[in-house]
Every structure is written in structure tokens, then in C-alpha cells.
Design a protein around this ligand. Structure first.
Ligand code: NA7
Length: 551
């Protein structure tokens, strides 16, 4: 049998669907809902025990939405859903968001097409059949015309390569793989490595429970009070009553949040005026201080320094021991690492049972069975928390490692640098779509809303292909280069690339440096619409083979 026919026969033997979706978080769940709306057969696979994606995995103490939360961090497509769900707080905690996503799964009857605790072990494109064949760890073999990767931007945990880590005798947890049962720190000597969003959220809570908490800090962080509070019923009501306008405002705002961007430069004001404005935002809490106070905080170094100085002065006021305060003071450009929101983080270092180890002066040499050894000596520990982050944005896709045309794997394709078209598609990987892929606004936009807009674009694209009897969509040769240049160009107008962060790939040893986020916000989504309006400009479309569409 010629090779092509063998492949076609083999793909045909696999159970046939229209679409396979990997990931049951915000993006994957909505993609399923949308594709069902087209009358397509689709199945979602997820390794987790529940729907919810990152909200199913990140059960560490203190995990909360660190974006403008209730009532804005949610699905926006259904006014009925918006009316049915009450957010209790402005910064919903992990159990609330997970409960919400479970509610959504039930409301839209999603579960019958979601297979949990099921890992996709291989995904291979069959060129002759114009289909993907996917295998799972339970031995299932399924084929589909479309593969939608909604695998999450912060889901491939970064387990640090520290000598002796496996030798630690006590319990050791990564924040992104937290046990489902409550972890009891009572009476324990606990160590935590990492002071990103996860560490900063967990540290105050663990400190209240543990006998002693040792914080191993490599880079100090600017964090802003979250200002979490019960959601004002009047705000909730007004938002619901004006939902189409609120939604539209979020779609048009730079970060997908209901901010009205300021038109003033930080340098237009006197130091006293600036301080007064920053103080107002600080007392209110939330990201407004960085994104809403002045328009140039993330664009002009001099403007940025004014806010960085303000936050450093706050650290100096809050933390009683000046030596500890100094160790907690960052010197990078504020906002250019993931901006953190906290609930009592700096205050925690006034506690007698908390020790800060500054790894810049006192690096970790090894983890031992009994604790963490730094240059200055051994820190005896019963429990260890790794709040060391993720191989962000590209890690989960590369772990999935689909095989595209010619059997080329994604790891091979992205060995030097990742390349995409619109952040939605990858050259050489036909009929594969990503939600929150690299080179989309993803983590710098309201993620549920971004996932919706991307999912709707994919749905419309698939409808177009079906209507025009097209079997394949794939980026045209070279479009990824122009797209990469555009993403880099958009970032270059901001201060983000000047700081080593997981946006640039700097947090993973050996990972190449490439800015992974499209900074265009609303402009990005307009571009998606324009590409669609021009018949999927920049893509090569191929006619349908008889075998590509499942019966
Ligand atoms: P982050 O923001 O990547 O933070 C990871 C932290 O871990 C950060 O402080 C790192 O220091 C530190 N880290 C990583 N590796 C090491 C090693 N080997 N030694 C010491 N310290 C280390 O991840 P998060 O989970 O906190 O945040 C992701 C969240 O962003 C997500 O959950 C959302 O809430 C938004 P570094 O700064 O690299 O020096």
C-alpha cells in the first residue's frame, strides 16, 4: 500500500471527530461551547482532576485573581451567565474561580465532551488525510481535522535545578501542583523559594500558620496592595445592567480591563501631586497605580522611576528593620515583571517567625534532607514550597510537542526561536490553533476575555473553511517572520524588554530570549478581524480531501 493511503487508512481507524481541544480551562471550555454551536463534534482532554485549567492546579494558600477581578475576570459572552453568578470579592480566590468554572461547565453541559485525568501523549498531523491523530495515556486514539491547544500559559511548572532537591526529606510542593487536601503548616519550619506572584500570595498566609517561615528571595519584587474587599452590590448591579458597554470598554482598553487610561504623563505633575495620586491608588489597592495613574509608567523610564521610588519608600515605611527593608527593595523598572498584588506581603517581614534570605548575597548551594544550605549555612526545614514559576507561554506547548508536516516536532521547530502567525497558528502545523499562544496579548490582557475573542476567531475560521470546502489552513511561508517583527516592535515601545522576566524567557536556564507577548491589546484583536475579513490573509488554504471531514 502506498505510504499516503496507509496513513489515510490509519487515521480513519482512529475515532473521528471534527476537533480535539487540549485543556479544560477558560480557553478550552469556551472553544468546546463554540464548536458545538457550529454543529461540530469536539472533545476536550485535560490531565487535571477537574475543569478549570490553572485554577484547578493552583490551589496554594492565598491564590487569587491578580487582575481586576470580580466582576470583570470571567466569561463575558453570556449576559445570562453574568446575571447568574455573584462574585463575592473584588479579587476572587482560587476556590471561587474554580467553583465558577464548574458552574459554567454544568450550565453549558460541557462535561459530556470533556475527558479529565487524560493526558495527550502524542499529536501528529497526517498530511494526506488533512487530520490530526491524537493518543492519550489511556490508550485512546482519536483523529480530528482541527487541533486546538488551550494548554495554558502558566502551566508547565519550573522545578528548579538545585542540587539535592530530590533528597529533601520533608514534604515539598510546587505552587502550580498543589495538593487538593489542605496542607497543614502548623508548628512546622517551612521554607519557600521564590517571590513571584505565587510566593507573594502564599507567604503571608503560611507565615501565620507555620512555626517559622524562611523566604528565599532571588529578586525582590514590587508588590501593590490588592485591596481585596467584598464586591459592592451597587457596582455588581451597575455592571450587570450595562454589561454590553462594560464588555466593549474592556475589549477596547489596553489590558482588557475596565480602566479609563490616563492621558497625563507622570512628569506633568509636581512630586507632591504625583505622591498624592500614588497614595490614593495605594490606599485603594489594585493595578490602577501602574496602569491607570499616568499613561507613561510602562513606556518612559523617568516616569517609571517616579512610581518605583514611591513603592520603595512604602517598603521602607512598612518594614521596621531597615536592613530587611533594603533587601526587599527592587531596582528594576516597575511593572516590567508580572505586576504583583498582595495582601500584607511586606508587613509579613515584621513578624518574629519570618526570616528573609537574600540569595544575591547568600546563594543556595544545595538542598539537603534537612533543609536548604546557602553559603552562610544550613536553614533547617520540615517543609519546602517551590514558588519558582513556570516555563511560561511556550513550555506547555513544547511539552505537548505535536508533530507537524514531515514529522517535524514543535521542539524542533522552535529550537532556535518560537514562530507563529498571529500567535494563533504555527508554520508547518496545519489546522492547529492555539489559544493564548506566544505572540498573542495573553497574560497582559484580561485572560478570560482574550480566550473568548481568540476562540471566536477560531470558530469563525473553521466555519469559513467548512463553508468553502477547505480542508487545510496554514500560515503562508514567511508570514511568521513579519509577525515576529511586529511583536518585537510593539514591545520595543515599552519598557518590558529591558527587564529579565518570564515574558522574555529569562527565567528558564537555557531558554532563548524572545519577547512572548503581543503588546497591542485591542489592536491585536482588530488585526485578527482584519485577517478574517480578507479571507484569512497570510494563510494558505487547501481544498478539502474526501477523508478530512468526519462523517
Ligand atoms: P514567577 O513570577 O516566575 O516567580 C518565580 C519566583 O521564583 C521568582 O521570584 C524567581 O526569582 C524565583 N526562582 C525561580 N527559580 C529559582 C531558583 N532556581 N532559585 C531561586 N529562586 C528562583 O512565578 P509565579 O508562580 O510566582 O507567578 C506566575 C504567576 O503570574 C501566575 O500564577 C499568575 O498569578 C501571574 P527571579 O525573579 O527569577 O529571580
Amino acid at each position: 500500500m502506498p505510504e499516503q493511503s496507509t496513513q489515510q487508512a490509519s487515521a480513519a481507524r482512529a475515532q473521528a471527530l471534527d476537533a480535539i481541544i487540549i485543556g479544560a480551562g477558560f480557553g478550552g471550555m469556551y472553544a468546546l461551547h463554540l464548536l458545538r454551536g457550529l454543529g461540530l463534534s469536539a472533545r476536550v482532554y485535560d490531565d487535571a482532576t477537574s475543569v478549570g485549567g490553572t485554577w484547578s492546579w493552583n490551589r496554594y494558600p492565598g491564590a487569587r485573581v491578580d487582575f481586576p477581578g470580580g466582576p470583570y475576570y470571567c466569561y463575558t459572552f453570556s449576559e445570562e451567565l453574568v446575571r447568574e453568578w455573584d462574585w463575592a470579592e473584588t479579587q476572587p480566590d482560587q476556590p471561587s474561580v474554580l467553583a465558577y468554572l464548574n458552574f459554567v461547565a454544568d450550565k453549558f453541559d460541557l462535561r459530556r465532551d470533556i475527558e479529565l485525568q487524560t493526558r495527550v501523549t502524542s499529536a501528529q498531523y497526517d498530511e494526506a488525510a488533512q487530520r490530526w491523530t491524537v493518543e492519550t495515556n489511556h490508550g485512546a486514539r482519536v483523529s480530528a481535522q482541527f487541533l486546538i491547544c488551550a494548554v495554558g500559559t502558566l502551566s508547565a511548572a519550573n522545578r528548579p535545578n538545585i542540587p539535592g532537591l530530590d533528597s529533601f526529606a520533608g514534604a515539598c510542593y510546587h505552587t502550580g501542583h498543589w495538593p487538593h487536601k489542605k496542607v497543614d503548616f502548623t508548628g512546622k519550619r517551612v521554607g519557600i523559594i521564590g517571590t513571584g506572584s505565587s510566593g507573594v500570595q502564599a507567604i503571608p498566609i503560611i507565615a501565620r500558620e507555620a512555626a517559622h517561615l524562611t523566604v528565599f528571595q532571588r529578586t525582590p519584587q514590587y508588590t501593590i496592595p490588592a485591596g481585596n474587599r467584598p464586591l459592592d452590590p451597587a457596582v455588581a448591579r451597575q455592571t450587570r445592567d450595562n454589561w454590553p458597554q462594560v464588555r466593549q470598554q474592556m475589549i477596547e482598553s489596553p489590558f482588557g480591563a475596565p480602566f479609563v487610561p490616563s492621558t497625563r504623563s507622570a512628569l506633568d505633575d509636581t512630586p507632591e501631586q504625583r505622591k498624592a495620586l500614588y497614595e490614593t491608588h495605594w490606599q485603594k489597592g489594585g493595578l490602577g497605580i501602574a496602569f491607570d495613574s499616568y499613561h507613561d509608567i510602562l513606556f518612559e523610564q523617568a516616569a517609571n522611576h517616579t512610581l518605583a521610588d514611591f513603592v520603595r519608600s512604602k517598603i521602607g515605611q512598612i518594614v521596621r528593620d531597615p536592613t530587611i527593608a533594603k533587601k526587599l527593595m527592587p531596582d528594576y523598572l516597575i511593572g516590567t515583571k508580572r505586576q504583583i498584588l498582595d495582601s500584607g506581603y511586606y508587613e509579613t517581614f515584621n513578624r518574629a517567625n519570618v526570616t528573609l534570605v537574600d540569595l544575591r548575597d547568600d546563594p543556595i548551594q544545595a538542598i539537603t534532607p534537612g533543609g536548604v544550605r546557602t553559603r552562610s549555612g544550613e536553614h533547617a526545614l520540615d517543609m519546602l514550597v517551590l514558588a519558582t514559576g513556570y516555563d511560561a507561554i511556550t513550555g506547555a506547548l513544547q511539552n505537548l510537542n505535536p508533530r507537524g508536516r514531515g514529522g517535524v516536532t514543535l521542539k524542533q521547530q522552535w529550537a532556535e526561536r518560537f514562530n507563529t502567525y498571529l500567535g494563533m497558528a504555527i508554520p508547518g502545523f496545519p489546522n492547529l490553533f492555539m489559544i493564548h499562544g506566544p505572540e498573542t496579548p495573553s497574560v497582559l490582557f484580561n485572560m478570560p476575555l482574550g480566550a473568548e475573542l481568540e476562540g471566536e476567531w477560531i470558530r469563525d475560521c473553521i466555519r469559513y473553511l467548512r463553508e468553502h470546502r477547505l480542508g487545510v489552513i496554514e500560515p503562508a511561508p514567511g508570514v511568521e517572520i513579519a509577525w515576529g517583527e511586529e511583536v518585537a516592535e510593539a514591545a520595543s515601545h515599552t519598557l518590558f524588554p529591558l527587564t529579565e522576566s518570564w515574558y522574555t524567557g529569562a527565567n528558564i536556564p537555557g531558554k532563548h530570549r524572545q519577547f512572548a507577548v503581543h503588546m497591542g491589546g485591542p489592536r491585536y484583536f482588530q488585526q485578527l478581524s482584519q485577517v478574517a475579513a480578507k479571507g484569512y490573509e497570510g494563510f494558505v488554504l487547501e481544498p478539502e480531501q474526501a477523508a478530512s471531514v468526519s462523517a
